[in-house]
Design a protein around this ligand. Structure first.
Ligand code: ADP
Length: 683
């Protein structure tokens, strides 16, 4: 392997870290920040006084980089070098270099606010501006005041926003690691293509036929498009006259690929063979694929956005920023001069692309983060004036407080409750944590754990492509007992229980179109959640796996009641004159039950008056996904709370939430197609 650029700066890095508590490291993607910084500091003795921890915004990157570092140090993964992502901890007592997702580090800081076990904290990929990394930046800024003598912080970024981060950390030093990038010729299309896939295909084939050897990296927006292009490419390449071109290997790359498929991109191709890597923006900076000489950039990325005034998520295909476009182009020049084919005119790049992408904190629901910050009891910090690199909008802070109040995590004056503290300890969205706690009261914790675990793994449960499988969900081949008409949560529970009855048989999953990997994950998550609940309850809970199955309506009723409490902020009321529901507690809006839902009307054809939902998602129209029927009597306390709601009081009276300047948004190409669950490759 060629010597990575960062290694030439080893002495300089060590010297700067030695003299400063915080250092910003800016270096081109692939320069070795993720894999080498931890090793450099390890070589210079920083693991003697504690563990070196490196955060990643994406699960895939945490696993892949840890694997690589273990390989380079010739140690077994999980021993000296390990990783921790949500629901998967591969570390041991001997671990001294630990990779983890930023969300996992945040949760660790709840039980150990000073993070004493760590001698160095590296916040990697800060340019991604993930919500959790942004919160961590505020947190470590506090931490260095407390642990100045024995903690080193490194913030790394691939893009040149170092000045801003340095300013945030009292003008800490910035180290620039120049990458040895070769020139990349940028070729813009004259017009926007009518079909991106066709245009990508044509460009890829042109390269394959005309250009000398070198791998091709193609950026698309998601799994569906990637799978389509992979199969189109396979067909076309096969039809090319044999012997007229070199061989080709076509590899997909996205967050939901099984790990053994993901690592395939790191194996070099055989001689006289060109690789086509068809990827989401995961290959933009998170993973560096060597050997790329040609990049095809369609100019879009799929972005999850949350609208705090409606409580609705959308998964929009938006234009990338200039910084992202340049990162993508840079991937072509790592080994020799390369070419980047941009499928958009240069005028679009100049006039329409934002300079930098909108940080996640400005397009996410903040309930989880606010709960977390509240539970830290930072008496010296007014929670709503927490020091963020870029502040979130006032509206989303109000929305977060409202949600936390409705699920009893904070009281009417905004103080965290005992319930809230327990919720923060669970690695789940606040609504699901609250459901578990309520289920425990009603004696149906075992079932609630199953539902929550099934929801955590939903995107990896079903075989095949998302759209067709959504249809299958509606007509599951699993022969389920009565009661699934109450909604999707009950059905998810029943699916798992059927598998349990079949002794977790792998063939049962296959026969029922369920992914074995997904179901095994559910089983594991369920077990882990049960252990965490046990720990919180100091061992006094009854969470037996094979709890007596009271598969009668009373049993499901308790579970639905618990869900209603947890989803108090995700409630909808049936519209009498319309065919649909109206959301409660938000700017009122008409929403529909998602077509994939198993929620059933009664014998008279009437749908339940009230439902709670897991997610409100804007596709071609606003849909509630994963819906559960609830009863009027359970809804009344929520309506009463909403009536009493006073957000000024919630925000602590004196602590007014300051309005921030309007958050710039980028042009939206189209809404995500119906039926897709919103993928979550974080944590
Ligand atoms: P940066 O963080 O600066 O983007 P990295 O440290 O991630 O850089 O990557 C440095 C080099 O290590 C790259 O050449 C990359 O291809 C290689 N690399 C990283 N992860 C793996 C892996 N899991 N397997 C093989 N090579 C890897």
């Amino acid at each position: 392997m060629a010597r990575l650029p960062i290694l030439q700066f080893e002495e300089k890095i060590v010297e700067t870290v030695e003299q400063n508590p915080v250092v910003v490291v800016i270096g081109e993607t692939g320069s070795g920040k993720s894999t080498q910084l931890s090793q450099i500091l390890h070589r210079h003795g920083y693991t003697k006084s504690g563990i070196i921890v490196v955060t990643q915004p994406r699960r895939v990157a945490a696993v892949s980089v840890a694997r690589r570092v273990a390989q380079e140090l010739d140690v077994r993964l999980g021993e000296e070098v390990g990783y921790a992502i949500r629901f998967e901890d591969r570390t041991s007592e001997r671990t001294h270099i630990k990779y983890l997702t930023d969300g996992v580090l945040l949760r660790e800081s709840l039980s150990n606010p000073d993070l004493n076990q760590y001698s160095v904290i590296i916040l990697d990929e800060a340019h991604e501006r993930s919500l959790n990394t942004d919160v961590l930046m505020g947190l470590v800024k506090r931490l260095i005041k407390i642990r100045a003598s024995n903690l080193k912080i490194l913030i790394t970024s691939a893009t040149l926003d170092g000045e801003k981060v340095s300013k945030f950390f009292s003008n800490c030093p910035i180290l620039n690691v120049p990458g040895k990038l070769f020139p990349v010729e940028i070729l813009h299309s004259k017009d926007r293509p009518t079909s991106y896939l066709d245009s990508c295909l044509k460009t890829a084939i042109d390269i394959h036929v005309r250009e000398p050897e070198g791998d091709v990296l193609i950026f698309l927006t998601g799994q569906d498009d990637i799978e389509k292009l992979v199969s189109m490419l396979e067909d076309r390449i096969q039809s090319l006259q044999e012997g007229s071109c070199m061989d080709a290997i076509i590899l997909p790359l996205h967050g939901s690929l099984p790990p053994e498929m993901q690592v395939r991109v790191f194996s070099p191709p055989p001689p006289n063979c060109r690789r086509f890597i068809v990827s989401t923006n995961i290959a933009e900076t998170s993973l560096t694929v060597d050997g790329v000489v040609y990049v095809i950039d369609a100019g879009y990325v799929k972005q999850r956005q949350y609208n705090p005034s409606t409580g609705m998520y959308s998964l929009d295909v938006v234009q990338i920023s200039k910084v992202q476009a340049n990162q993508r182009a840079g991937r072509a020049g790592r080994t020799r001069p390369g070419k980047c084919y941009r499928l958009y005119p240069s005028k679009v790049y100049q006039d329409e692309f934002l300079d930098v992408s909108v940080p996640e904190i400005q397009r996410s629901s903040l309930a989880g983060s606010v709960l977390y910050l509240k539970s830290l009891d930072l008496t010296d910090i007014d929670i709503l004036k927490f020091d963020f690199l870029d502040p979130p909008s006032a509206e989303s802070l109000r929305d977060a407080l409202k949600q936390l109040y409705l699920i009893d995590a904070i009281d009417e004056s905004g103080s965290i409750t005992t319930f809230g503290r327990t919720m923060a300890e669970l690695p789940l969205e606040p609504s699901l944590s609250r459901t578990l706690m309520e289920a425990n009261e009603y004696g149906c914790l075992s079932q609630a754990l199953t539902v929550v675990a099934m929801l955590s793994a939903e995107t990896m449960l079903l075989q095949g492509r998302s759209k067709s499988t959504e249809k299958k969900r509606k007509h599951p081949s699993v022969d389920l007992p009565d009661g699934s008409g109450w909604g999707d949560h009950i059905q998810l529970l029943q699916i798992f229980e059927c598998w349990d009855d079949n002794n977790y048989n792998i063939n049962w999953c296959k026969d029922n179109d369920l992914q074995v990997r997904g179901m095994m994950f559910v089983k594991d998550v369920r077990k882990q959640l049960a252990q965490i609940m046990q720990k919180i309850a100091k061992g006094s809970l009854d969470v037996r796996t094979k709890q007596r199955r009271k598969e009668n309506r009373q049993d499901y009723r308790n579970l639905r009641k618990a869900l209603c409490v947890g989803y108090a902020n995700q409630l909808a009321e049936r519209m009498l004159r319309h065919n649909g529901y109206r959301t409660v507690g938000f700017k009122s809006q008409l929403v529909q039950v998602h077509p994939s839902s198993v929620l059933k009307a009664d014998e008279e054809g009437t749908l339940p008056d009230y439902v709670v939902y897991h997610e409100l998602i804007a596709t071609s129209r606003p849909y509630m996904r994963n819906v559960c029927a609830v009863e009027m009597a359970w809804v009344t306390p929520i309506l009463e709370k909403l009536e009493k709601l006073d957000t000024d009081k919630l925000s602590g009276g004196s602590a007014h939430i300051e309005e921030v300047a309007e958050i710039k948004q980028t042009e939206i190409l189209d809404k995500k197609v119906d039926g897709d669950a919103v993928p979550d490759d974080r944590e």
